[in-house]
Ligand binder design. Structure first.
Ligand SMILES: *Cc1c(COP(=O)(O)O)cnc(C)c1O
Length: 423
């Protein structure tokens, strides 16, 4: 009965039999099942905590897994599924497995990037294990390692993973390393780690590899191409694109492991998404390719403009040939992306004056929204740190972090020009 009610109007299995999609915009709009009983064009917001049974037998079948219909929203919800299937399709678009067949991965949507990361680390690591990572990391990840994971007995080793010799040394010396976690590109200096080379090394030692692909999005970079085990996103950023919700997703290559232990930990930790945020995410992703093209075009122009400006000391943008990781960027990314940071020669006070003088660009942390976001880490996100400490992380006094939006480029440049004039 339940089955008969469902009409998969855009069932991907049916669609893919017709022709394979040629680009990710089609994937973003049509890869998911759009499963609903009422022929609604968009996947509805299934604001329901639980799902009913027609009979005791149906309840048993669902718990036994013979009937895949939902049971309870912490364990899964159709609105989440649409977002999950879309992200999985984007991350695997054009990617094959070892046998040359289209790669299949499983995605689990979470309440936040932090929740997705918590599921990842707690379901794969246990007391006595070590995770190896790069020193340029999202603040929340760094703190999760040093506070939460440390308390569970999981250690963290932080090195410069751009130096492959250091990676190999660490793997050779420390048999407790069970996972390598890569964030590339990373804050604030937009450092990039070579996913392929690090994964090749890790696989020699049978070590899991996870990649935080938040800054790049699957349009610019697909880590599964290089054999990594997990990909992670804060969907709050470019995937949503409009700054309307917090969310995260964890994707894994080992389907059995994802469906058993990872799913179980996700369900027990309780970091599930909610139908409204999942709906907003699905709508946002439909324009991912269009948005990213414009974000990236604008970012390149902003970086070129800033690198010529007399008030600017240094521009950290991986798209510039002067960036130390420019070559790795060219190798693994379609385009360097929309994030950059730059140093105001006038230091802390110049940073403050510049931020205050902005007339269009938005003063805010976060990134990946359609509008340009600008922050001054020394007086904002890293205000609580001692000066020497933050400078160790590359957060110098006059450093400005910018997520370049999709406004008309002339207006972004005009705003920067007038604000720099007052810095
Ligand atoms: C924002 C962000 C996170 C954390 O995600 P939330 O959605 O804020 O929980 C993790 N990694 C990176 C690179 C981020 O930018």
């Amino acid at each position: 009965m339940q089955g008969a009610l469902r009409k998969n109007i855009f069932n991907p299995k049916i669609m893919n039999k017709k022709f394979p999609f040629s680009g990710i915009s089609s994937v973003a709009m049509h890869a998911s099942g759009h499963e609903n009983a009422e022929y609604s064009h968009l996947t509805p917001i299934y604001a329901s905590s639980t799902f009913t049974f027609d009979s005791a037998q149906q309840g048993s079948d669902r718990f036994a897994g013979a009937d895949k219909t939902r049971i309870y929203s912490r364990w899964g919800n159709p609105t989440f599924t649409t977002a999950e299937e879309t992200i999985a399709a984007l991350e695997t678009f054009g990617v094959n497995d070892a046998n040359g067949n289209p790669l299949e991965v499983k995605a689990l949507l979470h309440a936040s990037g932090q929740a997705a990361m918590t599921t990842l680390f707690l379901s794969t690591l246990k007391s006595g294990d070590t995770v190896l990572s790069h020193f340029s990391l999202y603040g929340g990840t760094h703190e999760l390692f040093l506070k939460v994971l440390a308390d569970t007995g999981v250690k963290t080793t932080i090195i410069d993973m751009r130096d492959l010799n250091l990676v190999e040394d660490a793997l050779k010396k420390d048999p407790s390393i069970k996972m390598v976690h890569i964030e590339t590109p990373a804050n604030p200096t937009i450092q990039c780690v070579d996913i392929e080379e690090v994964t090749l090394l890790a696989k020699q030692y049978n070590i899991l590899v996870s990649v935080d692909n938040t800054f790049a999005t699957p349009y610019l970079q697909q880590p599964f191409r290089y054999g990594v085990d997990f990909v992670f996103h804060s969907t709050t950023k470019f995937l949503n694109g409009h700054g309307t919700s917090i969310g995260g997703v964890l994707l894994g290559r080992d389907l059995e492991f994802m469906r058993t232990k990872v799913w179980k930990w996700h369900a027990l930790l309780g970091g599930n998404s909610n139908p409204f945020d999942a709906f907003l995410l699905t709508q946002g992703m439909k324009t991912l390719e269009l948005r990213m093209d414009r974000h990236c075009d604008n970012a390149m122009k902003v970086a070129e403009y800033l690198s010529q400006h007399p008030a600017i000391g240094h521009v950290n943008y991986n798209g510039l040939a002067s960036h130390p990781d420019h070559l790795v960027t060219t190798k693994q990314m379609r385009h360097p992306g929309a994030l950059m940071s730059y140093e105001l020669k006038g230091g802390l006070d110049a940073g403050r004056r510049f931020i205050d003088a902005l007339q269009m660009c938005v003063r805010a942390v976060s990134l990946g929204t359609v509008d340009t976001l600008v922050s001054h880490p020394a007086t904002m996100s890293h205000f609580g740190l001692k000066r020497e400490e933050r400078i160790q992380f590359g957060i110098t006094d006059g450093l400005i972090r910018m997520s370049v939006g999709i406004e008309n480029i002339a207006d972004i440049l005009t705003d920067l020009e007038q604000a720099l004039g007052k810095a």
